[in-house]
Design a protein around this ligand. Structure first.
Ligand SMILES: [Ca+2]
Ligand SMILES: [Ca+2]
Length: 186
């Protein structure tokens, strides 16, 4: 047996970066997708449909998304029932929250992480609520520059940032060192 696959985007997807599952931003109960357009820096929402394909895309970010080098569909970080997006700014290493709105767009961004999110984080992804607080949590996997007890060259460590429920996250704690070579995210 092998898994069947279905074409959901016929063309143009090589012009998109950071194709990311977002959760249900449109509010119809189906998961949606976001992607940044490389040429323009625009962020587009691709709504999931009843047939498992994607509906017509909608502009939810008018520009500047080329400045981001990671997007993470977090789920609802601030408890308003809409999924939210974290984005990492390449030049500054800042981590931003873009809250989903009731109209299926993104609200004003707020700062989640002030700096350092570029320097030693290889991959970022949401793990949902891992500790029973109802707020989704963020995992970062370290790259070689991550320092433990004064020693660098610690790739593959998994750092857990638990969600606070207000859109922000707590300080990290190290979970495991078993993610060596895991590069399937991003
Ligand atoms: Ca949807
Ligand atoms: Ca939310």
């Amino acid at each position: 047996m092998h898994a069947q696959h279905q074409l959901i985007g016929a063309r143009g997807w090589n012009g998109m970066a950071h194709i990311t599952a977002f959760g249900d931003l449109t509010g119809d109960g189906r998961s949606d997708l976001v992607a940044a357009e490389k040429s323009t820096g625009k962020l587009r929402l691709y709504p999931g449909t009843a047939t498992g394909t994607l509906g017509s895309h909608k502009l939810i970010g008018t520009g500047g998304w080329k400045a981001m080098n990671a997007l993470v569909g977090m789920g609802d970080t601030n408890g308003d029932g809409r999924p939210d997006l974290y984005a990492r700014e390449a030049s500054t290493g800042k981590l931003w929250l873009y809250p989903g709105t009731r109209t299926g767009g993104l609200g004003s961004r707020t700062l989640v992480g002030t700096r350092g999110w570029n320097s030693s984080m290889g991959h970022l992804f949401s793990v949902g609520d891992s500790n029973g607080t109802d707020a989704p949590d963020l995992i970062a996997v370290t790259d070689r520059s991550y320092v433990i007890d004064g020693w660098s060259d610690n790739p593959g460590w998994q750092l857990l940032y638990t969600g606070r429920g207000d859109g922000r996250i707590e300080a990290a704690w190290r979970v495991t060192d078993t993610w060596w070579g895991f590069t399937a995210f991003c």
